[in-house]
Structure formats: structure tokens, C-alpha cells
Design a protein around this ligand. Structure first.
Ligand SMILES: Nc1ncnc2c1ncn2[C@@H]1O[C@H](COP(=O)(O)OP(=O)(O)OP(=O)(O)O)[C@@H](O)[C@H]1O
Length: 311
């Protein structure tokens, strides 16, 4: 799919997203992707549930953008399956495309057009295009209708791309580091808008970020990406009840036989001790190691957890 084709989704027959058994808005299973011999995705799996706001967090180069592009069918994986509402991302029908909004990391499509002309043009292809929202938001964000997109600052272009993605009132919104070029005020506004759309209209949202506080503000779920894999996906509300960091002293570490039940990350400390992050299912007990003599257990903040799984 080229940039222009991707920019426009043809008007289509409505897709009934309330029908029983409808598949999750996004699902990636065991995705592999290599570029020039470099492994970028190595068995990455991710699922976005209807109405959830999933924040995808990971360090630079972890593979977030590539996974998003695979999920949307913009990049063909070497292995694995990506699906949008149950349909292969590489063969998305018009009905699904019309219900999907995407803000790429660097919006470039149709950049020779003026802001207003581009929005009017794209809007013609969407049955649910909200022209009132476009006019009000351009105004509120101080964006000039008559300026060519290519001449806007990166932050302004990102705002226009956000308006374009939100205007069709999508049921699925995918934003690749939407906050990267935005100032703090615009960032907060965007996060508020995302949370509101999810809360009021049931929009399902996937957004990638490096900013832990953005996740805390807007996300209901978080997925941590590290070296091409999603190493952990969890609900934000239960994160603290379900995860623990264990500091295992050298004497106990020497007796460990393989992985601890629920282990998601392990790091060797300077004195032969180990730092191990474990997860449990809701209602399950912690493994015996958590209460073993000399083992210290810590509840983790979101930022601690990110650092532990991404180190
Ligand atoms: N088209 C491409 N050709 C070659 N290498 C690529 C291509 N796209 C991505 N990569 C490489 O894949 C790796 C992961 O890139 P990706 O953009 O997916 O990471 P990211 O987690 O989104 O990073 P960031 O947070 O810095 O945006 C990087 O090393 C990048 O150079």
C-alpha cells in the first residue's frame, strides 16, 4: 500500500462491530521481521481488546513502529500473522479501512496540499467524517487552513495528522509516537481526547510512546517491547498487584534451578545477587521464592517495570 492509498479509505458498507464473536481490533501472533539481515521483530505477539487503550512502550529501536506497520498491513512480515478485526492485515477490506484511523510517526502523505484542501479531500472518502470537529480543532490548535502541509513545523504536521485520523470517528485508532513532536499542552490535550473517545465511544486505541507518564494518563493496558518482542502485556490497574521484583541474595541465587514461575525479567546484580521480576494471574499465590529467607520483594511502579524489562 503506498502513502496516498493509505491516506484514503474508500467509503464502504458499514461493518457491524457489535456482532457476537467479532475478533479483536488488532492481533499480532508470532511476528518475525528482518531488514538487511538484522532481526527487528522476533516472535512479537500483541492483542488489542475492544475499547482498550493500549500503550506500547519500548526503547529506541525496540521495533514498535515496525510492529505497528505490520499490524496495519503496511509491512509484510517474514513470519506470523497480523489481523484487524479478524481479517489479515495484508488484505484489509474497505469496510475495515474506513473504521481505522492511523497517525504515522512522520506524517508525509499528501504534503503538497494545503491543510484545508487535504482535509476536505480525504473527508470525502469517509461516511462518518466530522467536519465540525475538523473546523473546531483547527481553530483551537491555531492551524492555518491555507498553508501547504510541507511548510508546517513537525509538531503542526503531527497535529494535522491527528485531526485527520480522528475526524472519521474511527472505531480503531493507531498512533505511532503521537506525542513526539507535540508541546506539553498539545500532548495533554491529545491524551485527554484519546481517553474521552475510548470512554464515550468505545474507540479501541493503540499508541506507542517512550513517555511513561503519558501511559499513566491515558492507557488502560500497557505492552512492553524489547528487542523485537512484546515481553509483557498487562492491565494498568492491576499492574502493582500482579508484579513483584525479587532481590535474591547470592546464596539463594546459586540454588535456583531454571526459571522462577511467572518470571518475566532477570538481571544479575554486582554481588552475585539476582533481580527477578515475576508476574502472577489474578487471585494466584506468589511462588515460594517470594517469601524465602533473605529474598526481598518490592512492588514496582510502571517506570520501574519498564526499566527492568528493557535493560
Ligand atoms: N525499512 C527499514 N529498513 C531497514 N531497517 C529498518 C527499517 N525499518 C526499521 N528498521 C530498523 O528496525 C529497528 C526497529 O525500528 P523501529 O522503528 O521499529 O523501532 P522503534 O521501537 O519504533 O524505535 P523508536 O522508538 O526509535 O521510534 C531499527 O534498528 C531500525 O533501524
Amino acid at each position: 500500500m503506498n502513502a496516498v492509498a493509505n491516506a484514503i479509505a474508500p467509503a464502504a458498507a458499514p461493518l457491524d462491530l457489535s456482532q457476537p464473536g467479532i475478533e479483536p481490533p488488532l492481533a499480532a501472533t508470532a511476528i518475525d521481521k528482518r531488514y538487511d539481515g538484522q532481526t527487528v521483530l522476533a516472535g512479537a505477539s500483541l492483542q488489542l481488546e475492544p475499547g482498550a487503550v493500549l500503550g506500547l512502550i519500548g526503547r529506541n529501536g525496540a521495533g514498535k513502529s515496525t510492529l505497528i506497520r505490520v499490524l496495519l498491513g503496511l509491512v509484510e512480515p517474514d513470519a506470523g500473522q497480523a489481523r484487524v478485526w479478524g481479517q489479515s492485515s495484508l488484505m484489509l477490506d474497505d469496510a475495515r479501512k474506513a473504521r481505522l484511523g492511523y497517525v504515522p510517526q512522520q506524517p508525509e502523505a499528501l504534503s503538497w496540499l494545503k491543510v484545508g484542501d487535504m482535509l476536505d479531500f480525504v473527508g470525502r472518502f469517509y461516511p462518518r467524517w466530522d467536519a465540525g470537529f475538523v473546523a473546531a480543532t483547527l481553530d483551537r490548535w491555531g492551524l492555518p487552513r491555507n498553508k501547504v502541509l510541507a511548510k508546517l513545523s513537525p509538531g503542526e504536521r503531527q497535529r494535522v495528522a491527528i485531526i485527520r485520523a480522528l475526524a472519521p470517528r474511527p472505531d480503531l485508532l493507531v498512533l505511532d509516537e503521537p506525542a513526539a513532536a507535540l508541546d506539553p499542552v498539545a500532548r495533554r490535550e491529545l491524551l485527554r481526547e484519546i481517553a474521552q473517545r475510548a470512554g464515550e465511544s468505545g474507540t479501541s486505541v493503540l499508541f506507542s510512546t517512550h513517555i511513561v507518564s503519558d501511559l499513566e494518563r491515558a492507557a488502560s493496558h500497557v505492552a512492553f517491547m524489547h528487542e523485537g518482542r512484546v515481553v509483557l502485556q498487562t492491565e494498568l490497574d492491576t499492574l502493582k498487584e500482579r508484579h513483584l521484583r525479587l532481590r535474591v541474595p547470592a546464596s539463594a541465587a546459586a540454588q535456583l534451578d531454571g526459571r522462577v514461575p511467572g518470571e518475566v525479567a532477570r538481571r544479575a546484580l554486582a554481588d552475585g545477587a539476582l533481580s527477578i521480576v515475576i508476574v502472577r494471574d489474578e487471585g494466584d499465590a506468589w511462588p515460594a521464592l517470594a517469601t524465602a529467607p533473605g529474598v526481598h520483594a518490592d512492588v514496582l511502579s510502571l517506570e520501574d517495570l519498564f526499566v527492568e524489562v528493557a535493560e
